[in-house]
Design a protein around this ligand. Structure first.
Ligand code: ADP
Ligand code: MG
Length: 581
């Protein structure tokens, strides 16, 4: 007797549901995506008990006629693609024709739908995937899908559902994701009769970010823009101050489709260079527009991963766009920002400060944005540079031989002298390294260093890096090395302890960041080892000179490990603290 049987259609659907429908939030995601594909601009999501007993999605999209309604709950029934060629140019959210069939197979399910222009709508009821009835119903244009008792016939799945509040938070976060990709569409989430999210239609992404995460977040966003012929990128990255320890607030959309991309997320972090603490993750909302033929979205059942045909190109472009935007951003106390603004005035691709002009996510807008953009560039040129005197930070005194107290026109600035000097050193060394214009200072008396066995092999491994940094180090025989020259900026340092300190750091792998290459790593150690120590008394002149050096830096506001170099208290904040406001 044969033991192999073909599975029943319904069982196949339930198995597929295992891939697509994990929890109420995945139902919401699929149904909201269908509403978007149907052209809706108003979507409401009502749930009860974390979505376990009821999920009701109502849209004002194009609706379905009676035949399509019947077909829609069948597996592999889709209006979105017809042949294999279409798979390579997908522009809709759905295309697998699986969601409705899968969801219907594990719930009590009702669709009501009406096309505009048709007199009546139709209602389809199904129970565990079996269509029970189809009848005419009076309703307004659009579609309403109601899912009662999700997983009622698959108790094993039901068991895995979490507390209502947890399921609700999955639902709201999946609505947030879709809402960020579609600022022009209004969304409302209602739980047990109470409105929990209400995002009105908005013309730009920044207001949508504000509606979802609040003004503190939207105020700390740096705009990004890239308009290439092959790809368009726009959106926002958050300043380091609002970075998170989880990747929860990292959003990528490729042609409007939310995706997860670990490699690109890491690329963005590395574009922040040494401005983020190692355990922090940048917040971002980034939209990529790309020819659908250059990506494969069909690599994951829930379509949350995609493959880029040329991933390396994507990585390089994202890296450069983010790095440039971050370097241009207003991340620091007033004095620095203003002087930097006019130092870098010639930079061509930039929106004016405080501009919240549309950063819409639809692909047709990319070109419009590019046009808007060129007009912004010229207005940007009109920005008047401030006078140097207006903007400088003045040292006042030192506290605990470790912190510099200073002021600028905004208020009080406190500087961590070691972190600040580390940053200065880092950029000096990096500059010499990058420009290969080493200013080598020959030592009058060459330094003889005795190294241990492991130090010796380390210095041998890194001799080229040291030499590129401006060190002239020679093997002398045995474990002895001779230092004949040093980068000029280190000339007055105790070289023996700087070099040995760096070797210690390498041995102990106090690695500043996984994303830094060998040179950056050694530069970080080198700057730490040669920077003014915590606890060292400084004269007012030395303090001011450190501040002046910082004002010329590309990234003055964090040390190479990502810790802040300075914090500021504005006069407004001081007034608040003293109860004057
Ligand atoms: P897919 O989205 O992959 O095509 P689904 O199972 O999610 O598959 O949906 C099947 C079909 O039902 C869709 O292709 C679409 O034609 C129709 N449909 C689903 N939801 C809606 C809706 N809210 N409005 C109009 N048509 C819809
Ligand atoms: Mg779908």
């Amino acid at each position: 007797m044969s033991i192999i049987k073909v599975l029943s259609e319904n069982l196949v659907n339930q198995i597929a549901a295992g891939e697509v429908v994990e929890r109420p939030a995945s139902v919401v995601k699929e149904l909201v995506e269908n509403s978007l594909d149907a052209g809706a601009d108003k979507i409401s999501i009502e749930v009860k008990d974390g979505g376990k007993t009821l999920i009701r999605i109502t849209d004002n999209g194009k609706g379905m006629n009676r035949e399509d309604l019947e077909m829609s709950v069948q597996r592999h029934a889709t209006s979105k693609i017809t042949d294999e060629k279409d798979l390579w140019k997908i522009t809709t959210m759905g295309f697998r024709g699986e969601a409705l069939a899968s969801i219907a197979s594990v719930s009590k399910f009702t669709i009501k739908t009406k096309e505009s222009g048709s007199v009546a709508g139709y209602q389809l009821d199904s129970n565990g995937g079996e269509t029970v009835s189809i009848q005419e119903v009076g309703m307004s244009d659009g579609t309403q899908i109601e899912i009662n008792d999700l997983f009622f016939n698959t108790p094993a799945r039901q068991k895995y559902l979490k507390k209502d509040s947890t399921e609700l938070s999955h639902i709201t976060s999946s609505v947030n994701t879709v809402a960020l990709a579609n600022p022009g569409i209004s969304f409302k989430v209602i739980h047990n009769g109470k409105i929990v999210s209400d995002y009105p239609k908005s013309s730009d992404l920044l207001s949508r970010i504000a509606a979802i995460f609040g003004n503190a977040t939207s105020d700390a966003m740096i705009p990004l823009y890239y308009g290439g012929t092959d790809i368009g990128i726009d959106g926002f990255v958050g300043k380091p101050a609002i970075s998170r320890s989880s990747s929860q607030h990292q959003y990528f959309f490729v042609n409007g489709r939310p995706i997860q991309h670990f490699v690109l997320a890491n690329t963005i972090k590395s574009a922040f260079h040494s401005m983020l603490m190692e355990n922090k993750k940048p917040v971002f909302v980034i939209n990529i527009q790309i020819d659908p033929a250059l990506i494969d979205v069909n690599v994951h059942p829930r379509k949350i991963e995609i493959r880029f045909e040329d991933q390396q190109y994507m990585i390089r472009t994202i890296y450069n766009v983010v790095k440039t935007a971050v370097e241009k951003a207003d991340l620091i106390p007033k004095g620095f920002t203003e002087s930097r603004r006019y130092m870098s005035e010639s930079f061509p691709v930039r929106r004016p400060e405080g501009d919240s002009s549309p950063m819409s996510f639809s692909s047709k807008d990319v070109h419009q944005n590019m046009m808007d953009f060129s007009s912004h560039v010229s207005s940007d040129r009109d920005v008047q540079p401030l006078e140097e005197e207006d903007v400088s930070i003045k040292a006042i005194t030192q506290v605990a031989n470790s912190y510099i107290v200073a002021q600028n026109s905004e208020g009080l600035v406190l500087i961590d002298q070691h972190a600040a000097h580390e940053r200065v050193r880092y950029e000096e060394l990096m500059n010499e390294f990058e420009n290969q214009k080493k200013s080598i200072q020959p030592l009058l008396v060459p330094l003889q260093m005795e190294l241990s066995g492991d130090e010796k092999s380390l210095i041998e491994d890194n001799l080229e890096v040291f030499s590129n940094l401006g060190f002239e180090i020679e093997e002398f025989g045995g474990n002895t090395f001779i230092v004949r020259g040093t980068p000029a900026c280190l000339a007055s340092e105790d070289l023996d302890s700087v070099i040995k300190g760096v070797l210690d750091d390498i041995i102990e792998q106090r690695s500043p960041s996984k994303f830094q290459g060998k040179v950056e790593e050694i530069l970080t150690y080198m700057s730490c080892r040669s920077a003014i120590k915590f606890g060292k008394p400084l004269t007012l002149g030395e303090m001011q000179s450190l501040i002046d050096q910082m004002e010329d830096l590309k990234r003055p506001y964090t040390c190479p490990h990502g810790r802040p170099t300075m914090v500021s208290l504005t006069l407004g904040e001081l007034e608040k603290m003293f109860g004057r406001k």
